[in-house]
Design a protein around this ligand. Structure first.
Ligand code: IPE
Ligand code: IPE
Ligand code: MG
Length: 235
């Protein structure tokens, strides 16, 4: 792991709300779909940069449970991009030993996307490098509700906080340390509601398609200046 500058602990798990593809396209006088295409390129740059920096888990908010409200053409374009990404990047994951995982409800995904996702997860499951968690058809409330349904189906004892996390999508993955949002919006938009309870937030005005590894480095170095208190008092 590279040190990445002076300061506090390095974030092990980073979540990214990749926002601003549509605005980027509008500013270029292009269709929204072009923005998503450029957003995919940015996602590839950030995956590479995070892997090089020694991040252990990178959760990418790719498609929310609310994003189905968009025009059918836009939704199917995004799904097509995801499919292409999963297929086209397999050599890259192999070279970099990157494991692909999913957060969100697989049931709501188109059958072919779900198949592609399952194949990529299976193909990379033994890789011990960084884990990229694609939050796809993901909503924080939905994750909690699905968790409760799993718990009830097991007829389990009343849960504790530590016990309930076993019913989340990826119980073995630690809570995110840092959540980054591009395109200047100060809201969670239903991302990692449970796990993100004590995440440090970093909001950047820069639109997602313009993001490079340097922007990630900046976010990490700002994170390392923060004092995390978890409700306690200053030392
Ligand atoms: C993020 O960019 C991508 C997805 C939500 C899929 P947007 O498409 O939300 O871009 P803006 O917010 O309209 O600029
Ligand atoms: C959040 O962005 C979802 C993803 C980045 C996938 P949105 O663009 O959907 O969020 P809102 O609508 O601005 O809150
Ligand atoms: Mg948006």
């Amino acid at each position: 792991m590279t040190d990445g500058g002076s300061g506090g602990a390095f974030p092990r798990h980073i979540g990214v709300i990749m926002d601003g593809n549509g605005r980027w396209a509008r500013m270029q006088g292009k269709a929204r779909t072009q923005g998503h295409l450029e957003g995919l390129k940015a996602a590839k740059r950030i995956v590479k940069a995070a892997s090089d920096m020694g991040v252990s888990w990178l959760t990418l908010y790719t498609f929310s449970t609310e994003n189905w409200k968009r025009a059918r053409e836009e939704v199917s374009f995004i799904m097509g991009l995801v499919k292409r990404y999963l297929r086209g990047e397999l050599d890259f994951y192999r070279q970099n030993r990157i494991r692909i995982r999913h957060a969100g409800d697989p049931e709501g995904l188109p059958r072919d996307i779900r198949g592609e996702l399952e194949a990529a997860c299976a193909e990379t499951r033994d890789f011990e490098g960084m884990q990229v968690i694609l939050a796809l058809n993901y909503g924080g409330r939905d994750e909690i509700i699905r968790g409760i349904a799993k718990l009830l189906a097991r007829n389990a004892d009343p849960p504790t906080e530590a016990g309930f996390r076993l019913y989340l999508d990826n119980p073995d993955i630690p809570d995110p340390d840092l959540i980054i949002r591009s395109a200047g919006e100060w809201r969670t938009s239903n991302f990692l509601l449970w796990g993100g309870a004590y995440a440090e937030y970093y909001v950047s005005e820069k639109l997602w398609p313009d993001w490079t590894g340097e922007d990630l480095e900046m976010a990490v170095s700002r994170f390392r200046e923060r004092e995390r208190r978890y409700g306690g008092a200053e030392a």
